[in-house]
Design a binder for this molecule. Sequence first.
Ligand code: PGA
Length: 263
Amino acid sequence: MPNKEQKLIAFNWKENPATSRAAARLFRDLLRLAAAAPKDRQVAAFPPFLYLSELARMPAVRRSAVMLGAQDVFWESQGAYTGEIGPAMLQDLGKKMKFVIIGHSERRRFLGETDGMVNKKVRAALAAGLRVILCVGEPAEVRKQGTAATRRYIKNQLKEGLKNIAAPLKNGIRHIDNMVVAYEPIWAIGTGRHCPPEDALAMARFIKQETADVAVLYGGSVDGNTAASYLCYNDINGVLVGGASLRVQEIKKLITKSHKKHG
Ligand code: PGA
């Protein structure tokens, strides 16, 4: 998921917008625009938890192909864990609630999320039947050291994040359809700096090779104009979009603009 022919356009709202009213408006715009999406696009929105249950219950969402996802999940299903939301609570939001982003670099950086925590979350989410988007990506200092160092860094994030999950690693198939990896170089997130598409492609291929050929998204300052330069590659299965998720004109281009296929 997405299937080989489809591109996933994942809109990560982060801590936006400031009110539930603005969230409902943004989501309605997204539903309207997604209705015109070509068949080869799958659209998913990742609003803050607070808005998620409200949006999942909107009648219009049932008629739409748009999926919903959470920006994080805790590894325990319920209990004395103040402030946390578990996989079962997400599953309870209904059929549209399909995805969860795990290990986003902002959580790793600002909230001290470790590879060990990421791994527990991935395992719990997969066990609950959620589709996981595991985020990996190197900081600028690592990239400066070159391709070999960058690959080592990503390989380690994959190894740790996917520990004890037989499936997405080589020789496993059970969870493969529910596993997506988002390659998001940290220096490209929210900076307007673009990762050259050939570099993103090379990393996507490396990630597929290190796993059981999981779907790979690219993320980092993607907008309506730059998306096509990543989506044109067969081995890039979609994009994870942050800032541009909040701007209707960008959403429109991301959902409907075509990309020429090559390689
Ligand atoms: P950005 O965020 O598009 O604002 O760079 C991407 C992300 O963090 O997923």
